[in-house]
Design a protein around this ligand. Sequence first.
Ligand code: SF4
Ligand code: SF4
Length: 105
Amino acid sequence: MNKRDKKTKQKEAHKKSMDLAAPEDPAQAPLRKAYEQVIFRDWCKACGICSAFCPKKVIGRDEAGAPVIERPEECIACRFCEIHCPDFAITIRERSESPKEEEDL
Ligand code: SF4
Ligand code: SF4
């Protein structure tokens, strides 16, 4: 086997190992859970605590200080916002759960 053949064989072996390490079919991969942040506007006093405690910067604030859900897909469901809200005005739930009727409370 000459040098060129050896190199080609090495390249093929490397490619094969890379193929084995390739990610699975995305359709087969487990889905990342998605969460919904539900704000009960009538109870919210726009204190900003939920925004301040959110480690993923999911919750921003508008010019009046009221919470605005800016990056819902980043939510990790740590529930810091829910736990620290003094008025029980925010809750977190998995996206597949029942529709968000509470927002109209
Ligand atoms: S912590 Fe509660 S009351 Fe304060 S801004 Fe957030 S949702 Fe509103
Ligand atoms: S559950 Fe955690 S990550 Fe999600 S919005 Fe509340 S504080 Fe942010």
